[in-house]
Design a protein around this ligand. Structure first.
Ligand code: SAH
Ligand code: DHB
Ligand code: MG
Length: 221
């Protein structure tokens, strides 16, 4: 099958299902102008994250990997006016663009970008007794997914949802012998997960404007 069809269907769904949105469009444009890599979730995926957050009535959301704040806006908009979003970003240039985009989205009060290595920031959240968060979206470097997942467990409560992006990577996830640390990060995360009593987990493959990839979802027991 022509992979272009996946993009074209995604564009069609976008056109049919998502109203023109100057704030989100500006967020993508500003990210592009600042030279950020165009790896944010797609509009249909962003709206899926938004629906997940609404489904569980999330009042507190933690995101690992901010980029220009595109997924942060989708998630932040699911929050009530007294809700909180914390999003973690290593790259100061990304954090700066995200902070501006979140401000333009009217989310400055609810959203905080924490600059630094996510592992350090997550340890800071644990030490500072922040949380628990109702939803955690893990979308930074993939080699550290196992560590991010363990922090997510520490920072959540029963019925919290943990969503992990990019668990398929064009199917590379099944390459057991790969020396790609990102793929091994996903594989280590998935190992023994079915018998992890702390969560109920699945993973779903996706196609669309971001190619062939997928999400894992863990509901905290
Ligand atoms: N969630 C965003 C996309 C994130 S892309 C969206 O969908 O809109 C991944 C981001 O993780 C990049 O901005 C990258 O700089 C950041 N990142 C990579 N390694 C990191 C680390 N160790 N700690 C924190 N952020 C990291
Ligand atoms: C990459 C990272 C992502 O989070 C993503 O959704 C797609 C691609 C990357 O690092 O290439
Ligand atoms: Mg991603």
């Amino acid at each position: 099958m022509d992979p272009q069809i996946f993009s074209r269907v995604d564009e069609y769904f976008h056109a049919q299902l998502i109203e023109s949105d100057p704030v989100l469009e500006a967020a993508v444009r500003q990210s592009e102008t600042a030279g950020l890599p165009p790896i944010q979730v797609s509009p249909t995926q962003g709206k899926m994250l938004h629906i997940f957050a609404r489904m569980i009535g999330a009042k507190s959301i933690l995101e690992v990997g901010t980029l220009g704040g595109y997924s942060s806006i989708w998630l932040g908009r699911a929050l009530p006016s007294d809700g909180k979003l914390i999003t973690l970003e290593l790259d100061p240039a990304h954090a700066k663009v995200a902070t501006e985009n979140l401000k333009r989205a009217g989310l400055a009060e609810r959203a905080t970008v924490i600059l630094g290595s996510a592992l350090d920031s997550l340890q800071g959240l644990v030490t500072g007794e922040q949380g628990p968060f109702d939803l955690v979206f893990i979308d930074a470097d993939k080699k550290s997914i196992p560590a991010y997942y363990e922090f997510a467990i520490k920072l959540t409560h029963p019925r919290s949802l943990i969503v992990i992006d990019n668990v398929v990577r064009d199917g590379q996830v099944i390459e057991a012998d790969t020396d790609d640390p990102d793929v091994q990060g996903v594989r280590t995360f998935l190992a023994d997960l079915k018998s992890d009593p702390r969560v109920t987990v699945t993973a779903i493959q996706t196609v669309g404007s971001k190619g062939y990839d997928g999400f894992a979802m863990a509901l905290v027991n």
